[in-house]
Design a protein around this ligand. Sequence first.
Ligand code: AQP
Length: 327
Amino acid sequence: MKRIFSGIQPSGVVHIGNYLGAIKQFVELQNQDAECIYCIVDLHTITVPQDPEALKKNILSVAAIYLACGVDPEKSTIFVQSHRPEVAELSWILNCHTYMGELERMAQFKEKAGENRKSVSAGLFDYPVLMAADILLYRTTDVPVGEDQKQHIEITRDIAERINNKYGQVFTVPNPLIKKETARIMGLDDPKKKMAKSASTAFNYIALTDEPDVIRDKIKRAVTDSGSEIKAASDKPAISNLLTIFSGISGKSIAELEQEFEGKNYSEFKSDLAEAVVRFLTPIQKKYNELMSEPEKLREILNAGAKKLEPIAKKTLIEVKSKIGLG
Ligand code: AQP
């Protein structure tokens, strides 16, 4: 049986890129023959500075987003990364089997550290190893993620194979699950860069919790391309991105949408897209608000999830330590 593991950082508002690249797959997978574990990766979030009160709230907010989008705690295990401390110990062991040169090549680190390499945290550099520890601790077979995380799954595979080759079979080697069509949703303000929670302006993303008028305003202001045709093409990155979002939330194919909007202008297209996004998010937001008004219920679900994972986390750690000669 497949074991699925993935996570989202409680580092700000969850956006439609996180939904289309990751959460949508989380929901689909739980309805297949797979055991699903979805994490709120708070330890990854502190690799860059956080406000403690905001972080506490964002952890519950990501839990509520998971549930509101359809992740069902009866079918999937939902938990907070730091509630299972075994991951930190495994992370150390993996660190000792990872090369500095491998981590220096990571695109996410290069992008997030920028010119500031000397003053970012060691945790930011080590981010992929902690991610590998999460995936390997729970003996994951498949990891649903957006395109930006592909390189981190590759390094996870490399570390797992290296340890398996050296000490004998210890880890399950995981595969990435990337949905080609929605693997990389781009920013509304710049279709050359991915939509990101940490973008410098909120006009970059549509948050799943944005009010209807905010959504309408953001889509109205979204960058477009030259020309007037509603068509997905390499010289039309902005319209292609808006079509991808439209397709992802409506279930209509890009070809169907191109046909539907033939002869219409950008303004009509954007207005219909905005209404489609509002329609899609309204029931999610209603559920989200209900869930956020009962934080104790959310905490119960998260605590139960962490408890359920204790045996497998402990077992993996004992096995790994024994194989490499610890204890
Ligand atoms: N733009 C995106 N398109 C498709 N998938 C995306 N993901 C993120 N951005 C896009 C996927 O969402 C999951 C959770 O991401 P994360 O919380 O780990 O954050 P991230 O990948 O670092 O991206 P964010 O949300 O934009 O945050 P910041 O700004 O902090 O980098 C992952 O599966 C990711 O691939």
